[in-house]
Design a protein around this ligand. Structure first.
Ligand SMILES: [Zn+2]
Length: 232
């Protein structure tokens, strides 16, 4: 079959790619038995090296083909797999997650949170495994900084800063999403330091942030302080 959008690859390669994902779709966690498709990461049909291919389920392949999933997300999932870490793990009662030999090489203990995607057609709020949103401590701190930045941006008004429309946390999140190609909660945990640094710089660069700084007043808690303070 060589219809448009289909990649012609041999059985051996297909098997390798299936093994790479441990038989589980790296986007939604579906078992790929009976639903295996191969996504071409760069969409160049002649580029059929393993690095450019990703085994996925039919439903996610559809979304990938329609470019409903950002490239950045495809890249980090492929990278995780190449590093031997499966980006999705479905919690299964009784499943041995601490063993070293579960599910064909999936390193389950690398994941702290729960990935739950109920059914391929019902796409409600999704928490990506290995994302910031999947890690409560990181997520709390990021949300704290987002609210902090929002407050500082709002305060800008009293310093004569120009603004368009009402400032709210959603707008702050969208600014970050534009910069990082993804909503803060959906970014891989490896992006946490970048994200935090960007947020701190933005806070420091607001009028209130600069005023505080000049007066020796801190603009935010450090991550470590924050975690302890909020813990109850
Ligand atoms: Zn899928």
């Amino acid at each position: 079959m060589n219809s448009k959008g289909r990649v012609a690859i041999g059985n051996a390669q297909r098997t390798r790619l299936l093994q790479e994902v441990g038989g589980i779709c790296p986007f939604c966690g579906l078992e790929l038995i009976g639903s295996l498709q191969i996504h071409q990461i760069d969409r160049v049909s002649s580029n059929t090296i393993d690095e450019n291919l990703l085994a996925v389920c039919a439903s996610c392949h559809e979304q990938l083909t329609r470019q409903l999933i950002p490239d950045s997300e495809v890249f980090w999932r492929k990278r995780a797999l190449q590093n031997g870490v499966h980006p999705v793990r479905r919690e299964k009662p009784g499943m041995n997650v601490s063993g070293t030999d579960n599910r064909g090489g999936i390193i389950a203990q690398e994941f702290h949170g729960k990935v739950v995607i109920e059914g391929a057609t019902n796409r409600g709020p999704i928490i990506l495994s290995g994302s910031i949103g999947d890690n409560p401590d990181l997520y709390r701190y990021v949300e704290y900084l987002i609210k902090r930045l929002t407050t500082f941006r709002q305060a800008g008004e009293s310093f004569g800063q120009k603004r368009r429309g009402k400032i709210h946390a959603g707008g702050t999140r969208n600014i970050l999403a534009n910069e990082f190609d993804n909503l803060p909660k959906d970014l891989p945990v490896e992006k946490f330091d970048d994200l935090v640094l960007t947020l701190k710089q933005k806070i420091d660069n607001t009028a209130l942030g600069r005023k505080n700084h000049a007066q020796g007043i801190r603009n935010y808690h450090a991550f470590e302080e924050h975690g302890r303070k909020k813990k109850k």
